[in-house]
Every structure is written in structure tokens, then in C-alpha cells.
Design a protein around this ligand. Structure first.
Ligand code: THU
Length: 134
């Protein structure tokens, strides 16, 4: 993963974060997913008054890419923080999103975080070892 691609994905994740619908948590997340063919899909979290139907930014990005026919992925950048404020902490994906990533990605898939100052790249193997699959 070169640093130029990394920065581009983080920028796209920040843009996507602006579209979050997060009136309950006040925490806005954006994600930018890079497909193997170079296409980029973005997502933001979409919450619900009944809480459980809330969908994370990562899953919005993955499901729209998969629905468009994509099945191979290289990396995802994720940024999150208090709505209306700049990000200042890393936002690693929740357990449910890790399992969704695992459905479509191999162990070397890159997961990129940023806190606005420093970036970090981990692999799916690093974030979800011994994962469940059928
Ligand atoms: N959230 C994400 O969008 N992605 C994650 O990986 C962690 C959590 C969202 C869900 C909810 O709308 C808000 O952040 C607070 O949990």
C-alpha cells in the first residue's frame, strides 16, 4: 500500500464522513473502500431510533460495492469522531464489520486508520485472527 493511495483513501473517507446520519450517538464515521480494479466506494454510518438497525460506515461501503458486482478488495480507510468536529482518535472497525470484511477479503487486506495527525495500516489477519468462515 503506497502512501499516496493511503492518503487519497483517508481524504475520501473524511468526505464521506460528512454524510453520516448519526443523531443518536453524535459520532460520525466515514469509510473509503478500494476495489482491486481501482474503483473506490465510500460509506458513512446511518443510525436508527431503534438503534439495532444502525449500519456502520464500513458496511455501507462494502455492501454498495458488492451490489455493484465487486468481489475483490485491496484496502479500506476509516475515520471517525464526534460529529461536527475534526477527527482526533483512530477509529478501528467494530467486530461485526471485521466479520463482514472477512467475508470478502483475504488476510493481507489493508485496514487504514487516521487520527488526523498519524496514519496506521493493519491487515485483516492482524485485526481478526482465527476468523470464522464456512
Ligand atoms: N460505527 C461505524 O460506523 N463503524 C465502526 O466500525 C464503529 C462504529 C458507528 C456506529 C454508530 O453509528 C456510531 O459509530 C457509534 O457507535
Amino acid at each position: 500500500m503506497n502512501t499516496e493511495t493511503q492518503s487519497l483513501l483517508i481524504e475520501k473517507a473524511k468526505e464521506a464522513r460528512e454524510k453520516a446520519y448519526a443523531p443518536y450517538s453524535g459520532f460520525s464515521v466515514g469509510a473509503a473502500l478500494l476495489c482491486a480494479d481501482g474503483a473506490v466506494y465510500t460509506g458513512a454510518n446511518i443510525e436508527n431510533a431503534s438503534y439495532t438497525p444502525t449500519v456502520c460506515a464500513e458496511r455501507v461501503a462494502f455492501f454498495s460495492a458488492v451490489h455493484d458486482g465487486h468481489r475483490e478488495f485491496t484496502a479500506i480507510a476509516i475515520v471517525g469522531g464526534k460529529s461536527g468536529e475534526d477527527i482526533d482518535e483512530m477509529c478501528p472497525p467494530c467486530g461485526v464489520c471485521r466479520q463482514v470484511i472477512s467475508e470478502f477479503c483475504k488476510g493481507d487486506f489493508n485496514i487504514i486508520f487516521s487520527n488526523g495527525k498519524a496514519d496506521r495500516v493493519l491487515t485483516l489477519d492482524g485485526l481478526l485472527p482465527y476468523r470464522f468462515s464456512l
